[in-house]
Design a protein around this ligand. Structure first.
Ligand code: SF4
Ligand code: SF4
Length: 454
């Protein structure tokens, strides 16, 4: 192992304990995680591997290394994809170590002004607030519509390329399918509610077809994932407390989320508030109710979809990191996508390697994000698929931008809800499990100009 940052020396311990010693010491340096780490695969640098980064975090904590640009660079370059966690035989909770290290970095390390603007303003003060994001999108869409993006600097062009051609936003009724026998809560999210209104509509329709009554409290707030992943744990905790209160009042049996990145944070509220005796138990109870959309749908029995014609599109599945690695959910969405696509389903190479989206990573680390995006698109094209299905808005935006950049117009990237709700998939819960009829009126208007996925 060669993790040896240039300025390692005796600089004194970090000003506070940020790293759980027992958890960080559980890394036995076996290196079994290295081949699953996207940044290590790209750079081959041990400092860009999970093992190397844990070494750096420990050196910072123990005062063997100064909190300077070099170690921060290697930790910044981590996607937080947690592929290493899933591969680790020693059970190192890498994601938790990373969040605490980043929290420490944000408190004690000064960044260049542009990175500060991106993180403190765009990511923390605009993205988590749907109304602010809607306003912020207006000038960006205008620049694109006028073709002015072509003369923008590369980093602005890359950011603009992520904006979908026709983002949709729809009002969601407080309760959908009130006749449903089991009441679940729905997380409307930030990016999802501003750009993926049609996907929300389709998610609610699938839940209603499965017989659920779906409550969407209007006073819910951002899940806190963007803050937690970028080292602002106190703000993430504030969002968590608010959501716990809101969904307790809603009186729901389960809480459904159709964005993998948010889902993993919601399932970890118990851990996020573990040190807060007033909230710990409530947070754990909240997290125990959270289900990814694919998880809750796959539990139901569904009518077998109509077999696909031999010229139907070839379909593949991209595992969102925070679904496959953080939540360890790989089979439920596959089961449904495979059932709908039948013999037209193919696996793509490296389906669970990060696409480079990773929350706001494609904005803060555009160069590595672009390398991973290219790698993902090459793998999609190798599979021969014409439709790639996934379950996270960030992955969708990243893959759609990558397909456009590579001129792969014959391939479409779809959210799993958009794919399943389409007529060909024919997802209707069996009568034994759906008590509210096959396709109830959800009361959610389709976004104007939008049509079904296929
Ligand atoms: S697999 Fe786990 S124990 Fe082995 S080096 Fe990686 S993080 Fe450490
Ligand atoms: S979270 Fe992802 S990018 Fe970061 S060290 Fe683990 S595998 Fe590598």
């Amino acid at each position: 192992m060669s993790a040896s940052p240039s300025n390692e020396s005796a600089v004194g311990p970090a000003p506070e304990r940020f790293l759980d010693e027992r958890k960080s010491m559980s890394c036995i340096h076996c290196g079994l995680c290295l081949s699953s780490c996207p940044t290590y695969l790209e750079t081959g640098n041990e400092n860009d591997s999970p093992r190397g980064r844990i070494y750096l975090m420990r050196a910072l904590q123990e005062g063997r290394l100064e909190l300077g640009a070099a170690p921060v660079r290697h930790i910044d370059l981590c996607l937080g994809c947690r592929a290493c966690e899933a591969a680790c035989p020693s059970g190192v909770p890498y994601g938790e170590l990373l969040e605490h290290a980043r929290d420490h970095i944000e408190k004690h390390h000064s960044r260049p002004w542009f990175q500060r603007f991106l993180r403190r303003v765009a990511i923390e003060r605009i993205f988590p607030y749907p109304q602010r994001m809607r306003w912020a999108l207006l000038p960006a869409r205008l620049v694109k519509a006028l073709g002015m993006d072509a003369v923008c600097p590369a980093w602005i062009r890359d950011a603009l390329a992520l904006i979908p051609e026709s983002p949709s936003s729809i009002p969601i009724p407080a309760v959908v399918n009130p006749e449903g026998t089991r009441r679940v809560g729905f997380i409307s999210g930030c990016v999802m509610s501003v750009m993926f209104g049609e996907t929300h509509r389709n998610s609610l329709e699938l839940l209603a077809r499965a017989g659920f009554q779906v409550a969407t409290p209007s006073d819910q707030v951002c899940c806190g994932a963007l803050h937690a992943h970028s080292g602002r744990l106190d703000q993430a905790r504030a969002f968590a407390r608010r959501n716990i209160e809101v969904f307790e009042k809603a009186g729901v049996e389960m809480i459904v989320i159709n964005a993998a990145g948010c889902g993993s944070t919601l399932k970890e509220y118990g851990q996020l508030l573990a040190e807060d005796p007033m909230w710990r138990d409530r947070a754990t109870a909240f997290s125990s109710k959270v289900r990814d959309l694919s998880e809750i749908l796959a539990e139901r029995e569904w009518a077998t979809p109509t077999p696909c014609a031999s010229d139907a599109p070839i379909v593949t599945f991209h595992d969102a990191c925070h679904l496959a690695h953080a939540q360890r959910i790989t089979q439920p969405p596959r089961k449904m996508v495979k059932a709908a696509a039948g013999e037209r389903y193919v696996e793509m190479p490296e389906s669970d390697v990060c696409c480079g989206s990773a929350g706001s990573y494609n904005l803060t680390e555009p160069e590595m994000a672009a390398r991973l995006r290219k790698r993902k698109i090459e793998n999609i094209l190798k599979s021969g698929a014409q439709i790639v299905v996934t379950s996270n808005p960030g992955c969708l935006l990243q893959i759609q931008a990558g397909l456009r950049a590579e001129g792969a117009d014959h391939v479409r990237a779809l959210h799993i809800a958009d794919f399943l709700v389409s007529d060909r998939a024919g997802w209707r819960a069996n009568a034994s499990t759906a008590t509210a009829g096959d396709s109830p009126d959800t009361g959610v208007k389709r976004a104007s100009g939008e049509s079904r996925a296929r």
